[in-house]
Design a protein around this ligand. Structure first.
Ligand code: SAH
Length: 351
């Protein structure tokens, strides 16, 4: 039996085998087989539903200097902004009116947003919109901070691990950052009862199938409810400005593999995928993705939250164009759901 069939039957493989699986997924036969199984599982747990989240990028100040990221501290050209609590709330108000029931607050690691200020923002959103889920994506914080924010009402937390390989992590981050701390944060978040999202950039500089194999092993260990998997895209004022972008094709193969590895996972067709390929989102759904996160940030700030070059923030990426997005999702054969969309616990029907 080939490696692909072995993986489908028993997704728990070792590092060498995962690397072999990735190699085997290069053939069109291999990719199609993985896709087919990924779709079977996504339909089993989620039917044809695609969940939608409103993304509010509320600050692009960041104290970190990740080599890939356009809002890194060292990028003096970035025009910095931060939203007030009132501005965040009016994004939610607009989003709620459009039908959004999940708000994702994402930002750089901005020390201005102390635990107290973040708590206040989360509390106010939950008070006004108790039927909505609040997701935070604000980087590494202390256990105590995560505890307070959970207590304030935050339901979910996105913190991509970026790479599970120590050596690779050091190629992407300055010496003061550490993979072990990032992983520790993810375990703390899980312990506190958040629905947790980890994930990676596909094709980040120095990444090979061996690193990706470690990512798969880490995801299997962590068992996150969500996984953010998008291609790396260079940003013109970062140390990685001349590096090639990650491949859409490999991103799609990984989406299928992760759907098989973690059948109940919430898997977004990311903005980076849509940026690299005009049909990226549709291809993402066809590979196993079941979430989209259009942008609810104030229009004047969207350009400033520039993680990478040409990041999409209009058309189907813009929350106010929800009707467009709905049409596109439906044309691709899926149904856009405005429900809060927690991770599945059981298959939709006995089988
Ligand atoms: N500060 C938060 C949010 C980071 S931005 C945190 O640390 O989690 C969200 C994600 O964008 C990052 O986790 C990273 O995976 C992705 N990202 C950053 N720069 C990118 C680039 N150049 N190309 C593609 N994705 C990028």
């Amino acid at each position: 039996m080939g490696i692909i069939e072995r993986f489908i039957e028993h997704p728990e493989l070792g590092k060498k085998e995962y690397a072999e699986l990735l190699q085997a997924s290069e053939s069109s036969e291999g990719r199609e087989r993985l896709k087919k199984e990924a779709l079977r599982l996504r339909r089993l747990y989620y039917g044809d539903t695609v969940y939608v989240r409103g993304l509010i990028e509320f600050t692009n100040y960041c104290k970190n200097d990740c080599f890939y990221c356009g809002i890194r501290h060292g990028n003096r050209e970035a025009e910095r902004y931060r939203l007030t609590k009132e501005e965040i709330l009016s994004c939610c108000e607009a989003g709620y009116g459009l039908g959004f029931r999940t708000f994702v607050l994402q930002g750089g690691e901005d020390p201005w947003f102390t635990d107290g200020r973040m708590e206040e923002a989360v509390r106010s959103i939950k008070e006004r919109y108790p039927d909505c889920a609040v997701t935070l994506s604000i980087g590494e914080r202390s256990f105590e901070s995560y505890r307070r924010l959970r207590e304030a009402g935050a339901d979910r937390y996105l913190l991509r691990h970026e790479t599970a390989s120590e050596e690779h992590y050091r190629k992407l981050h300055p010496a003061e950052m550490s993979l072990s701390h990032r992983k520790q944060c993810l375990y703390s978040l899980k312990e506190l009862g958040y629905q947790v999202g980890a994930g990676i950039m596909v094709g980040s500089p120095g990444q090979t199938y061996e690193e990706l194999a470690e990512d798969l092993i880490f995801l299997r260990e962590l068992q996150p409810q969500m996984a953010g998997i998008g291609p790396f895209v260079p940003h013109h004022s970062t140390p990685f400005k001349d590096e090639p972008a990650g491949s859409v094709d490999l991103t799609l193969r990984l989406l299928s593999i992760i759907r098989i590895l973690l059948p109940k996972v919430l898997l977004p067709a990311t903005t980076a995928l849509g940026t690299m390929d005009p049909l990226g989102r549709e291809k993402g759904f066809a590979a196993g993705a079941n979430v989209v996160m259009p942008n609810l940030s104030p229009a004047e700030n969207r350009k400033q939250y520039e993680l990478y070059d040409n990041k999409l923030c209009t058309g189907a990426e813009a929350a106010e164009s929800l009707a467009d997005l709905k049409k596109r999702v439906e044309a691709a054969g899926w149904k856009l759901s405005m429900e809060r969309g927690d991770a599945a616990e059981e298959p939709l029907q006995e089988n």
